[in-house]
Design a protein around this ligand. Structure first.
Ligand SMILES: NC(=O)c1ccc[n+]([C@@H]2O[C@H](COP(=O)([O-])OP(=O)(O)OC[C@H]3O[C@@H](n4cnc5c(N)ncnc54)[C@H](O)[C@@H]3O)[C@@H](O)[C@H]2O)c1
Ligand SMILES: O=C(O)[C@H](O)COP(=O)(O)O
Length: 630
């Protein structure tokens, strides 16, 4: 019984696809990142034969892989051996990457290490690449995604900051962006501490002075760290490691981060404070926030005016968070006593940069992540992420796609198959000329609506609706974006029902409004086309068409007939199919009132030819029928 519901509207304008166009014969298999170059086939381990229902097997395999094998029966990803059918995927590595990562990439694909490419060179190469790996030196712009012509499926950022990748463009082009967020944290934190200590004691300046033959002991008197206050701006991975180390040096640490949990700060013994409080009380300010539109030039004339006079600033985050001209002014006026910078707005900065040349500034050429250990770690971390993504695995470090934990994915697997098939059935039920503009998805579940993750299911419904009628390729990265582009508005409703909470969904229903139906019996009283499915024993079933209950497994293809409810109908239609050598896999009849109207749902292994379908249509008691490809 329905006890609660919540609706979530995502998208707007009209989809003007020609729904009369017959669905292309695309595979109904699923993949998270289905490569247009699908050039790898899967060799299955024979140790796992059909130990799970076939439909679930297909989705597990296909969500996890970029490739589709017609022979696919069942296997977990670890049981699959990738063999090259035409060619291996090509992975461009555009900046230096640790050898262990390169080895891993080479074991999977063709690796093209081309460093220092100009933007034009990158654009001309990229259409030959399935993936690319960059560090901070390569700008992955919209032009790069355009030039890729749909082939580029994954951009791997061998490091944390993804400000050099146009994420919006990546998403629009269905390209997954993954990063390596953890392996260089300690290196960056250590570099921050190194800059802090060397700046406080003028190490770099004194070194340069001595090498020029001078001995200036009085000039390079430093400041002590103990008892001073350090403001960590951005209390994430690097920031908290810097804080931990600074506390070990006897420094009092405060932090500002609008999103950091207070208990994490407390655990390290750090007070979270406001931005103004942090900058106005600190003797040292260390920057560790990402470069975003909000943080861009967050340190500017106005903020420098609020700092404690003589503050010292360390930046191992991104140059763009500081207005560099304003920093020069603050250094000249003495508001800022010193700065130690590893990162710059433009990298490398111009050789005549006033900031770089400033006598109170210590600089390093973006070395934060550059330790042997970090580079090997980052290389392996990103290689694993890119290979996983090319295989179609949902990535734990995806930057522009929802991350779905493995256990959730496995639970959702059969529902994902169901979702795409409902989408495909839905779009084929729409009569020509009336484009789909609005789809409502009703999830019935015993679970708390707030804990129902529908992103993957919704993406697959979108895939099922859009792919058969367009050239679009839909995956989890671009599903919402593409739907919006096509003017498809999807609303979701979650209804709590009294069923088993062991399963994420009791049923999934698709209602398509403001369209004409090819099969009038699929219409509800409100005029919406309605089809509903469930997963039974791991296999997706169609369980309701319009207001008729049916029960047919969603495998092979489907014929829906509406007929007068009278004896002999199953036999007659069955005979016609048998005479034409069409094997029936399932058959189910549903009716609302005895001896009035009934719906017959027939699963067929083969596609009936026109003649067979015509004969079914000629059976006098059959009022309408439709053939639907799954
Ligand atoms: N110099 C280097 O070689 C090097 C190496 C590693 C990381 N980095 C850079 O350091 C930065 C931090 O990396 P991380 O791994 O700690 O990332 P992170 O995501 O773990 O931490 C960033 C933190 O900044 C916070 N933040 C966001 N907006 C903020 C704001 N307006 N004010 C204050 N805090 C804000 C976030 O909540 C988050 O906690 C990134 O920009 C990264 O690119 C540089
Ligand atoms: O964001 C990062 O991970 C660092 O800035 C490191 O960048 P790099 O890979 O270019 O050294």
């Amino acid at each position: 019984m329905a006890s609660a519901s919540s609706a979530n509207t995502i998208l707007t304008p009209p989809l003007t696809s020609s729904s009369s166009s017959s669905p292309s014969n695309k595979s109904s298999h699923l993949s998270f990142l289905n490569s247009s170059t699908s050039n790898i086939s899967l060799k299955l381990s024979h140790s796992h034969s059909l130990s799970r229902p076939r439909s679930q097997s297909l989705v597990v395999a296909n969500i996890l892989k970029i490739v589709e094998s017609p022979e696919l029966s069942f296997s977990e990803s670890r049981d699959l051996e990738f063999v090259s059918s035409k060619s291996k995927p090509t992975i461009l590595v555009s900046e230096k990457l640790g050898e262990a990562g390169l080895e891993l990439l080479r074991s999977f694909g063709n690796v093209d290490c081309s460093y220092n490419l100009s933007p034009d060179e990158l654009c001309s190469k990229i259409s030959l690449c399935d993936a690319m790996i960059v560090r901070s030196g390569t700008k992955v712009t919209r032009q790069v995604f355009e030039a890729a012509k749909g082939r580029l499926k994954v951009v791997g950022r061998a490091g944390v900051g993804i400000d050099n990748v146009d994420l919006q463009a990546a998403t629009e082009f269905g390209c997954l962006v993954v990063n390596a967020p953890t392996a260089n944290t300690i290196a960056a934190a250590e570099h921050g501490i190194a800059l802090l200590a060397s700046m406080a004691r003028n190490v770099a300046q004194a070194d340069a002075s001595m090498k020029s033959g001078k001995w200036q002991r009085n000039k390079y008197v430093g400041v002590s760290l103990v008892g001073k206050t350090l403001a960590v701006m951005g209390f994430g991975k690097v920031g908290s490691e810097v804080a931990r180390r600074a506390k070990g040096l006897g420094i009092h640490v405060i932090a500002h981060d609008p999103y950091a949990p207070a208990d994490r700060a407390r655990a390290i013994g750090v007070d979270l404070v406001s931005f103004d409080q942090a900058i106005s009380t600190a003797d040292f300010i260390s920057l560790h926030m990402p470069l975003t539109p909000t943080t861009s030039k967050i340190f500017n004339d106005e903020t420098f005016a609020k700092v404690k006079k003589g503050v010292r600033i360390i930046n191992v985050a991104r140059g763009g968070v500081i207005d560099e001209d304003a920093l020069v002014r603050a250094l000249d006026s003495g508001l800022v006593a010193q700065a130690a910078l590893d990162v710059f707005t433009e990298e490398p900065p111009p050789s005549d940069s006033k900031l770089v040349q400033h006598e109170n500034v210590t600089v390093t050429p973006h070395l934060g992540a550059s330790t042997k250990e970090a580079q090997e770690g980052v290389a392996v971390e990103i290689a694993e992420a890119v290979v996983g993504a090319l295989r179609g695995e949902l990535s734990a470090t995806a930057v522009n796609a929802p991350m779905v934990p493995a256990e959730v994915l496995s639970e959702l697997a059969p529902y994902v198959v169901l979702a795409e098939k409902l989408g495909r059935l839905g779009v084929q039920s729409v009569a020509g000329g009336s484009g789909i503009k609005s789809v409502k998805v009703v999830y019935r579940s015993a679970r708390d609506p707030d804990n129902l993750d529908t992103r993957l299911v919704r993406a697959m419904i979108t895939k099922g609706i859009i792919e058969p009628i367009s050239n679009s390729f839909i995956n989890l990265v671009n599903a919402d974006f593409t739907a919006k582009q096509k003017g498809l508005r999807i609303t979701e409703e979650r209804v709590v029902v009294d069923s088993s909470p062991d399963y994420p969904f009791d049923s999934i229903q698709l209602q398509i409004s403001n369209v004409e139906s090819k099969f009038a019996s699929a219409l509800l009283e409100n005029g919406n086309i309605s089809i509903e499915g469930r997963v039974k024993d791991g296999i997706p079933h169609l369980t309701r068409v319009g207001s008729f209950s049916v029960d047919v497994s969603l495998e092979g293809n489907l014929i829906l007939c509406c007929q007068v409810d009278q004896p002999g109908m199953i036999g007659r239609v069955g005979n016609i199919l048998g005479e034409h050598n069409v094997n029936v896999s399932f058959m189910s009849v549903g009716r609302t009132v005895k001896r009035t109207k009934a719906i017959m749902a027939i699963g067929v292994d083969e596609e009936p030819d026109k003649d067979t379908l015509k004969k079914i249509g000629e059976v006098p008691a059959i009022e309408e029928f439709v053939f639907l490809e799954l």
